[in-house]
Design a protein around this ligand. Structure first.
Ligand SMILES: Cc1ncc(C[n+]2csc(CCOP(=O)(O)OP(=O)(O)O)c2C)c(N)n1
Length: 534
């Protein structure tokens, strides 16, 4: 870590470097584009990083680390924060002793996501201070700033990134100027951390007081900047929109918000007073614009059409010109498709032939829902296949209900499918139900990450392996089949038909390694020195 050390890094890599420089003792999270590289890079740099079964567990581990007085990085994609929202809201009340930085990687335009939620709304809803870096350098700097804020005020802090910031490269100077971490030690403070109503009521009051103090700090010394330009046009902006705005209106005065919550309204008001026309340029929801208006600052916002998708220089120019004409449509890229020898392809083909009603889930296998196979009827969020399938079974007339099958990937099953299976055993629909775990031995969609079912850690070292078949038996299911759907295609076809006809609760584990990842996965497994194949 030298003063003159400048590296060309992606935003995600810059966060990982900052975490190392800050002495973060653990990084946890669950894979999800555009966040995945953060923990992988942190591990590559020598940090201790681990994949949690899901984002909720990752954040809970983070809370524990920060209760112990240490520094923690938790990284996830934007929808992961939905999964982690329960501990997040209450961790804001309990506060932390060390540092807890939650990186939320949002995905405007849904390059690889099922929605484009704007997680700045979580900052406000949960009361979590939030920083918004615009590029790789700021990703580095603001991670360190987040650690400082977290420790100074004893609060979790969110670093809200977006796909462009996560994946764009820029030169990063590693300043690394941050106080050394404390030595982990547990100090009992039951009223602060035991959130029963009697302690939670004062904890909420304490949080609101803390947020007022943080707001005052943000007004006076937060990472917000004014770039003086023409007084005819002022732009209030944040994140990567700042870069687009500079290019779209090089003469404008710019107020760049680095810490969007608690909102520094006085800082913004002082800026707005000095310009004739003031426009808010932001991607996603009208977050800054609403804060401005709520604070009595007269600003123009963007038309609703610009709430969708990412901004770019051209779109910012259009917003500034008040142009709401139809936007040019760019030719679509090649849609993603299943690899030619992907085992999911065989399974989707069989389900299409059997004309099933398929409650699906998220992973490579979701692509089986696109033409020509069209063998998936729904995909809501991770783990939803089982609950949605059960709901369909409960409501549909028996002959139709018997056609319903739930399909879920192995990583997704561990993440959020286990409780669905528990519900199936606990509240069985009248016609039974069939769940297929399409177990390709990896988290393929996000780039072949490990999970508890692979029995290997984030760095591919041997660890305990979760057995889906034993788990299903413990849940109370006795019809559990394990089958290779490619080597035994006809048997799989027959098993599926018979299971649906049987009106029983059946779990089929369709196990066959991801064809694209097989050489790597087999090598990882061989390196563990364990018997048997991956
Ligand atoms: C809450 C949440 N976290 C993470 C993701 C990103 N993500 C999409 S699918 C998936 C897992 C895919 O793995 P698996 O279920 O094993 O299916 P495969 O792609 O291997 O077929 C992940 C991590 C997400 N969409 N939602």
């Amino acid at each position: 870590m030298g003063e003159t050390n400048r590296l060309l890094l992606m935003g995600n890599e810059a966060v990982a470097r900052a975490a190392v420089d800050a002495g973060v003792i653990l990084g946890s999270g669950y894979p999800g584009t555009p966040a995945t590289e953060i923990l992988e890079e942190f591990a590559r740099l020598g940090g201790k990083a681990q994949w949690a079964p899901n984002e909720k567990v990752a954040l809970e581990v983070g809370i524990g680390v920060a209760y112990a007085g240490a520094r923690m990085l938790v990284a996830m994609k934007h929808v992961g924060v939905n999964v982690a929202a329960d501990p997040l809201f209450t961790a804001a009340y309990t506060g932390v002793t060390g540092a807890l930085v939650l990186v939320s990687a949002d995905d405007p335009d849904m390059h690889s996501s099922q929605n484009e939620q704007d997680n700045r709304n979580y900052s406000r809803a949960a009361g979590i201070p939030t920083l918004e870096p615009a590029d790789a350098q700021e990703s580095y700097d603001m991670f360190l700033k987040a650690v400082e804020i977290s420790e100074r005020w004893g609060t979790p802090v969110m670093l809200r990134m977006t796909t462009r910031v996560c994946h764009s490269k820029g030169l990063v100077q590693q300043n690394g100027k941050i106080a050394s971490p404390q030595k982990p030690h547990f100090v009992h403070d039951i009223p602060a951390r035991l959130m029963v109503p009697g302690y939670a009521r004062p904890a909420h009051r304490k949080l609101r007081k803390k947020l007022v103090e943080i707001k005052d700090w943000n007004e006076a010394s937060g990472p917000n900047q004014v770039f003086e330009g023409s007084s005819d046009l002022g732009i209030i902006t944040s994140s990567v929109s700042y870069l687009h705005a500079r290019e779209a209106a090089p003469d404008a005065s710019i107020c760049k918000i680095g810490m969007c919550y608690p909102f520094p309204d006085n800082f913004v008001r002082n800026f707005a007073k000095k310009v004739k026309r003031c426009v808010v340029i932001e991607e996603g929801d009208p977050y800054l614009v609403e804060y401005c208006r709520y604070s009595g600052i007269a600003v123009e916002g963007k038309d609703e059409m610009y709430r969708h998708g990412e901004l770019n220089v051209g779109r910012v120019q259009r917003i500034l010109a008040g142009d709401t004409s139809t936007e040019p449509v760019y030719p679509p890229g090649n849609p993603p498709k299943l690899c030619s020898d992907c085992p999911h392809r065989t399974i989707s083909g069989i389900m299409a032939d059997q004309q099933l009603i398929v409650a699906g889930d998220i992973g490579c296998y979701t692509l089986g829902g696109l033409p020509p196979l069209e063998a998936m009827d729904s995909c809501v969020c991770m783990g939803a296949s089982i609950g949605v399938g059960l709901g369909l079974r409960h409501a549909l007339p028996p002959e139709e209900a018997k056609k319903v099958v739930s399909v879920i990937g192995d990583s997704t099953f561990v993440h959020a499918g286990i409780t669905g299976l528990v519900d199936m055993a606990y509240n069985p629909p009248p016609t039974g139900h069939v769940v297929i775990i399409v177990d390709n031995g990896t988290t393929a969609m996000t780039g072949l990450q490990e999970h508890p079912g692979t029995g290997r850690t984030l760095t591919h070292k041997a660890t305990r392996k979760l057995s889906f078949e034993n788990l299903a038996k413990a849940i109370g299911l006795d019809k559990v089949h394990v089958i290779d759907p490619v080597a035994n295609k006809e048997e799989f076809d027959k098993l599926l038909k018979e299971s649906l006809e049987s009106e029983e609760l059946v779990l089929i584990i369709a196990r066959r390694l991801c064809s694209l990842g097989a050489p790597k996965l087999e090598a990882y497994e061989r390196a563990t020195g364990r018997q048997g194949s991956a």
